[in-house]
Ligand binder design. Structure first.
Ligand code: PGA
Length: 220
């Protein structure tokens, strides 16, 4: 069971309040070192594919590894929606990061309009066909309509999507999209849900801890 907290562009909780937690935290770049120093398994929220170069505003895998960062998110829907990330740049970032020795959580998921048009499987197929299995690659299914909206996918919807994703690419699949302490149990109990990527509820140490405890109870 893998529980990861995506702090997005929020300062997030005091890393020491999370000490001892069996979880991944994904803080903003400026908080990475504090999380590493607090002993947390720490991932960045994005990473460039080149080790260095003239890429203003980007951070490379060797730079992250140098300060003790373990992995990175790649292809979060907010990167795709607001910052022009495409399936091709996601593939480059995933390949570059894995090649440099970082672990990766690669995010996929359909928008509300795509789901309503019955295109969910086509979208997932398109997003996944650019990726290859790797021992350090984990996927996150994050339906865009469930992110930050309080609209969680039902456990059945999540299970169906996770099983489909695994039929295309052999990797653990986390569910993300409005995971909270009170809905974590139903989602994490599904056979193909291997963990959660938690946004809003990871900003509060107590609710993040509660979700981690639910995960540990289910797979113990
Ligand atoms: P949310 O975010 O839990 O706030 O919906 C999840 C994510 O974007 O990773």
């Amino acid at each position: 069971m893998i529980i990861a907290g995506n702090w997005k562009m929020f300062r997030g909780p005091d890393p020491h309040a999370l000490a001892g937690l069996d979880a991944i935290v994904c803080p903003p770049f400026t908080r990475l070192r504090a999380c590493v120093e607090a002993g947390l398994t720490t991932y960045a929220q994005n990473v460039h594919w080149e080790p260095e170069g003239a890429y203003t505003g980007e951070i490379s895998a060797p730079m992250l590894l140098e300060i003790g960062v373990t992995g990175s998110l790649v292809g979060h829907s907010e990167r795709r929606q607001y910052f022009g990330e495409t399936d091709q740049t996601v593939a480059l970032r995933v390949r570059g990061a894995l090649g440099a020795g970082l672990r990766v959580i690669a995010c996929v998921g359909e928008t509300q309009a795509e789901r309503e048009r019955g295109e969910t499987e086509d979208v997932l197929r398109r997003q996944l066909e650019v990726l290859e299995p790797h021992p350090d690659l984990v996927l996150a299914y994050e339906p865009v309509w469930a992110i930050g909206t309080g609209l969680t996918a039902t456990p059945e919807i999540a299970q169906e999507a996770h099983a489909f994703i695994k039929s295309l690419l052999d990797a653990p699949v986390l569910y993300g999209g409005s995971v909270k302490p009170d809905n974590a149990e139903g989602l994490l109990s599904q056979p193909d849900v291997d963990g959660a990527l938690v946004g809003g509820a990871s900003l509060d140490a107590e609710s993040f801890r509660a979700i981690c405890e639910t995960g540990a109870r289910i797979r113990s």
